[in-house]
Design a protein. Structure first.
Lengths: 132, 135
């Protein structure tokens, strides 16, 4: 995103939202296997007609969706955080796993940007030790 | 109290299993005040270490606890959960809890979650020791 001229503050927000999505997958989909489950991330840049660009981020796991427990304290706020940090959050849960799709707020990156995935998400996941 | 001329004890612990994602060091600046400096990233993997250390400090009979997050580069909801628990524990134990946060990434997380008004927040440890909150 930096290479695409993305504003630093928007990157921070997306990283925060992405972290929450991956954390949710790791905690909810793979509670017993800990960090050994596989989580797939993609980021695609989507240019709008109005000259703005949005980043579309997907986080996919192959575990079973669990309804967040109404546990005490502050757990389970990840989804709220994701919604506050992005334009939209869509959650699809099926028997094969769960996919979260987040669309960033539109940003003006100046240069014309082709929609193509980046390696940033995978690098982040590796840094976080999520991918096995 | 505004300087660290006579630290009574200093410890530094990192957990090799987290590949040093987080660093935690405490400094007792007076008999009743402890500063816990946090560095690195506070996320799902590292937050249990922070939770344990904060719990230890709260249980240790301190009267004022200052959590310094100015060297933190990331704060997710796992870390925010620790802060909310710390607030509750500090209130129960009648401990004055301060957060030292001047960096955007940390303040952003607090603000998005609507938590900043719940805490005493200072820009620097010195300000926290003097009881001066952020503007």
């Amino acid at each position: 995103l930096t290479a695409h001229g993305w504003p630093e503050e928007d990157i921070d927000d997306l990283v925060l939202a992405l972290n929450e999505a991956v954390t949710n997958s790791a905690e909810h989909a793979y509670p017993s296997t800990g960090l050994n489950g596989r989580i797939e991330l993609t980021i695609t840049l989507r240019s709008g007609d109005d000259g703005t660009t949005r980043a579309v981020v997907t986080v996919t796991d192959h575990g079973r969706w669990r309804i967040p427990a109404s546990s005490p304290g502050y757990r389970g706020r990840g989804l709220q955080m994701m919604r506050a940090l992005t334009e939209s959050v869509e959650l699809r849960a099926g028997s094969l796993g769960t996919r979260v799709t987040m669309v960033s707020r539109p940003v003006c990156v100046g240069a014309d940007v082709a929609g193509r995935p980046t390696d940033m998400a995978n690098e982040m996941a590796n840094e976080m030790g999520v991918l096995s | 109290l505004s300087t660290f001329e006579r630290p009574l004890s200093v410890t530094d612990v990192t957990d090799p299993t987290t590949d040093k994602l987080i660093s935690l060091s405490t400094e007792k600046t007076s008999t009743d005040t402890t500063v816990l400096r946090v560095g690195g990233e506070v996320d799902m993997v590292s937050s249990p270490l922070l939770r344990q250390r904060v719990t230890d400090e709260i249980d240790g009979g301190v009267r004022r606890l200052i959590l310094d997050f100015n060297d933190v580069g990331f704060m997710g909801t796992s870390g925010l959960a620790v802060l909310v628990e710390a607030r509750s524990g500090a209130m129960d134990a009648n401990i004055e809890l301060w957060l030292v946060c001047a960096k955007r990434v940390t303040l952003r997380s607090l603000d998005i979650a609507g938590l900043r008004p719940l805490f005493r927040v200072a820009d620097t440890v010195t300000n926290a020791l003097e009881g001066t909150p952020s503007a």
